[in-house]
Design a protein around this ligand. Structure first.
Ligand code: DP6
Length: 361
């Protein structure tokens, strides 16, 4: 999809040097993507909230090459410093994209990228990072060829390209929420790119909080790539994929009606299922930390006591995503200070919320 051999620059009329600059957020899956096949295709549909505070800024600088060769020329800076490991990974990714962007071989490229959250936070940056890069590439195509003028076509291609970099990144392109993966429950949904889901949300979810309680800043013992691969031999895989499909249908109905109890039950079940799948893989991975469990118990006790709709989710790591509506923010933040921060690494938590999606800067 999107292969286009005509996207080649005319060397008799080279473009002026320039740069594309995007800020793109991370996202938190409520229905989890865990298991893939082929070229970055998901085994089940997923749905995420787009975050606001946790994001990556990426500048993509370009200049027409004086002497033509067949290489991609890339320099890479992360948080202001040259980073060879990231350069090598990005180069491999860009080389895989030459069918979609053949003009990349004609340019000298410099990527300067940085995250709003410290690299050491143990927060995955692949969703924000890959979506910011994909948006930059699509803007560059449009600047050079004028081929992505239509906003919907632009977002779709950016989501498609982001997916090739990291599956979950394809959902970060859209404001508030996105669905990735073909499902009869969402017309137009596809395995190839995510589609916007803002219109499927009751207004209560437009003002939803997603504070991230940093339980551990240690590097994850298993990459998500390796984690997805472990699903291939997991004895629960097929029933898991069926479960994700039926939970998505139930979630969509809770999101439409604004039923927070149903929403929260599904969000927590999905988080624990993700970890149960990792624990039951071979080899098995246990990414929950004693403080993750202490926080989960406190969240459930607080909910029972106060009746406040406060729920948790998890990524493939020990950190807790605390989900709650905007109208109880004062009480919840007070409770985080008094009761929850003590379980966080250096008392650290990140205030985040459902956001409006990427921004061109
Ligand atoms: C647990 O998108 O990081 O966060 O496609 O291999 O880059 P790759 O995996 P990635 O997996 C994310 C897994 C998850 C759930 C989710 O975001 O849906």
């Amino acid at each position: 999809m999107y292969e286009n051999p005509r996207l080649i620059l005319d060397s008799s009329n080279p473009p002026e040097p320039g740069q594309m600059l995007w800020r793109s957020p991370s996202n938190l899956a409520i229905i989890k993507y865990w298991g893939k096949h082929g070229v970055q295709l998901p085994r089940n549909p997923s749905l995420s909230f787009t975050l606001a505070a946790s994001c990556t800024d990426t500048a993509l600088e370009y200049a027409f090459k004086e002497t033509a060769d067949n290489q991609i020329d890339l320099e890479f800076y992360f948080q202001g410093e040259k980073n060879e490991a990231f350069r090598a990974r990005t180069l491999t990714f860009l080389e895989s994209l030459t069918p979609q962007f053949p003009f990349l071989r004609q340019l000298q490229l410099t990527v300067r990228t940085g995250n709003s959250f410290p690299h050491s936070a143990g927060i995955a940056s692949s969703a924000s990072g890959m979506s910011a890069l994909a948006l930059g590439l699509c803007s560059l195509e449009d600047a050079l060829f004028g081929t992505l003028q239509d906003a919907e076509a632009f977002d779709r291609k950016a989501s498609y390209i982001a997916r090739l970099g990291s599956g979950s990144a394809c959902r970060s392109i859209f404001p508030k929420a996105a669905v990735w993966g073909a499902t009869p429950a969402v017309p137009g949904a596809s395995d190839e790119y995510a589609v916007p889901a803002e219109d499927l949300l009751h207004p209560v979810f437009h003002d939803f909080h997603n504070d991230i309680l940093i339980v551990s800043t240690a590097e994850k013992p298993v990459s998500s790539r390796a984690g997805h691969a472990l699903m291939e031999g997991n004895p629960y895989a097929e029933s898991r994929y069926a479960q994700a499909r039926s939970r998505l249908t139930a979630l969509l109905s809770a999101l439409r009606s604004g039923d927070l109890q149903d929403f929260g039950k599904i969000a927590e079940d999905e988080a624990l299922t993700l970890h149960a799948l990792m624990m039951s893989s071979n080899p098995s991975f246990l990414l929950l930390h004693p403080n993750t469990l202490a926080l989960i118990e406190k969240i459930r006790a607080y909910r029972a006591e106060t009746k406040h709709p406060v729920f948790f989710s998890l990524d493939a790591g020990p950190n807790i995503h605390l989900l709650y509506p905007g109208d109880i923010i004062a009480e919840v933040r007070g409770w985080i200070e008094d009761e929850l921060r003590q379980h966080c690494a250096d008392g650290w938590f990140i205030q985040d919320w459902v956001g409006d999606g990427p921004e061109e800067m």
